[in-house]
Design a protein around this ligand. Structure first.
Ligand SMILES: [Zn+2]
Length: 89
């Protein structure tokens, strides 16, 4: 499944840095694709070190308020938008 809409800018909700490469993006499952929740996105570094267990990817519950999203997407920014690399519920 692809993203329903691509957020133009993605900033880390922890450190405020723009996510220019890879990061974590919570999303709800919609009819045509994932509906991203860019407000709760986190960058790789914060996800790994601040939110997830040291050296582990964060869980959905660590990033999004419960009920606000169905899956946690690991995304990479490309020239065309965001590519979903993996997802976990
Ligand atoms: Zn960050």
């Amino acid at each position: 499944m692809d993203l329903d809409s691509t957020p133009k800018r993605l900033s880390c909700s922890e450190c405020g840095e723009t996510i220019a490469d890879t990061g974590y993006l919570p999303a709800a499952e919609g009819e045509t694709g994932y509906e991203p929740r860019p407000d709760a996105a986190v960058c790789d570094a914060c996800g790994f070190n601040e939110i997830g267990m040291q050296g582990c990817a964060p869980e959905l519950d660590d990033v999004a308020e419960s009920g606000a999203a169905d899956v946690l997407l690991y995304v990479r920014r490309t020239d065309d938008g965001l590519e979903v690399l993996s997802s976990k519920a």
